[in-house]
Design a protein around this ligand. Structure first.
Ligand code: ASP
Ligand code: MG
Length: 412
């Protein structure tokens, strides 16, 4: 009997009517002869509401108690869901994290799953029941409740699918799948039928919000076939899967963008061993995640260093490196919040020259200045002025012909 894990996001279970609607979809899968495990998020907006409640009583809520609070959101949806199924005469049971035995470390608010003991889930399935598991929550080795971080239900679903060796993991959301870019920015955006794990990882880290990035890493590591689709239609969605030959024939699969970062430049740093290490150790020790880093070769014993940090961490970064740059005799610190990062992603660019130059000439044709460039095997990112974001996305989408599916893409 095939085993399917389905995850429904907050909007899909946002009210009783929607819960009943998606429950019927689950029942259909079950009647078709599949074993069904369902992972649920909290109702849309609920996790935010709970966070705000906590803040009303404490400026800095205790992390352990905050996780106890946040985990209630998913407890509500799994119980309602299971209650509805039972009222229809369908065998079902809800399981919270300690019952489903989803074990994590003790990093409250951003816990990592360290293992799942599937015995209880299997036992319930064997009884013919539909198993409804609370997403986003786990339990540490001494029984404390933890949560996995925002959007963490995707990771719960993929981890359970991996542990159960499920035949398919379907992530149901309010969009129809993974698009070539954000359809709100580019009306020509097209839903992709398939995308490779690596491309999806890049797209997710570059700002495409359809899947939580950790879940994609999990899916890749354990080879879980992942399908992203809408709970509001019956259309097939996007399959996130292992790379194959056909995918390589497509040069660029998507355009991603993000306005979350700020740029910091240090000019005329002395060019000697240990400078970069001091700067980035200081920033890293404050738990600030640096994204792009560019250092010039020095001409006269001095060099410039530019990097990006999340906008929310800019102030702190400047406070930290201010004294440091004086100490090491850097000339000046500049920073800029009005930037955006635009990226093109595609496994096909690995074996094809000319993709970067096409990207640069597309931006040049619109008179858009490129401030920073970084590349990986399957991605090219440019930092530009943020007011050009939408224009750049649309132009790149056109330049790489993304509105039409091209099984055999070429640069012409
Ligand atoms: N309810 C959690 C959140 O809003 C987890 C999830 O929905 O995936 O982040
Ligand atoms: Mg989500």
């Amino acid at each position: 009997m095939p085993l399917i894990v389905q995850k429904y996001g907050g909007t899909s279970v946002g009210n009783p009517e929607r819960i009943a609607n998606v429950a019927n979809r689950v029942v259909k899968g079950w009647r078709d002869g599949n074993r069904m495990v369902v992972v649920l998020s909290a109702m849309a907006g609920e996790t935010d509401r709970l966070i705000n409640l906590g803040k009303e009583l404490s400026d800095d809520p205790d992390p352990r108690e905050l996780d106890v609070l946040l985990a209630t959101g998913e407890q509500v949806t799994v119980s309602l869901f299971s209650m509805f199924l039972k009222s229809q005469g369908i065998p079902a049971t809800s399981l919270l994290s300690h019952q489903a035995r989803i074990y994590t470390n003790q990093a409250y608010g951003r816990a990592r799953i360290v293992g799942i003991d599937t015995a209880r889930i299997r036992e319930e399935l064997k009884k013919g029941r539909i198993v409804i598991v609370a997403g986003f929550q786990g339990v540490d080795e001494v029984g404390n409740i933890t949560t996995l971080g925002r959007g963490g239900s995707d990771t719960t679903a993929v981890a359970i699918a991996a542990a159960l060796k499920a035949d398919l993991c379907e992530i149901y959301t309010d969009v129809e799948g993974v698009f070539t870019t954000d359809p709100r920015v580019c009306p020509k955006a097209r839903k992709l039928d398939r995308i490779s794990y690596d491309e999806m990882l890049e797209m997710a880290s570059l700002g495409a919000k359809v899947l939580e990035i950790r879940s994609v890493g999990f899916a890749k590591r354990y080879d879980v076939p992942l399908c992203v689709r809408s709970s509001f239609t019956d259309r097939p969605g996007t399959l996130v899967t292992k790379e194959d030959k056909d995918m390589e024939d497509i040069l660029v699969s998507g355009v991603a963008f993000s306005k979350n970062d700020a740029r910091v430049t240090l000019t005329r740093l002395p060019d000697r061993p240990g400078i970069a290490s001091r700067i980035f150790n200081t920033i890293g020790d404050a738990n600030i995640v640096v994204d792009m880093i560019i250092q010039n070769t020095s001409i006269d014993g001095f060099t410039d260093l530019t990097f990006t940090v999340p906008k929310g961490d800019l102030k702190k970064t400047l406070e930290l490196i201010g004294p440091l740059t004086r100490e090491i005799n850097a000339d000046q610190i500049h920073s800029d919040e009005n930037i955006a990062k635009i990226s093109i992603v595609g496994v096909g660019m690995r074996n094809n020259a000319g993709v970067a130059s096409r990207m640069f000439s597309t931006l040049a044709a619109q008179n858009i200045n490129i401030m920073m460039i970084s590349t990986s095997e399957i991605k090219i990112s440019c930092v530009i002025e943020d007011k050009y974001t939408e224009l750049a996305v649309r132009e790149l989408h056109d330049a790489f012909g993304l509105e039409v599916a091209r099984p055999r893409g070429t640069l012409t």
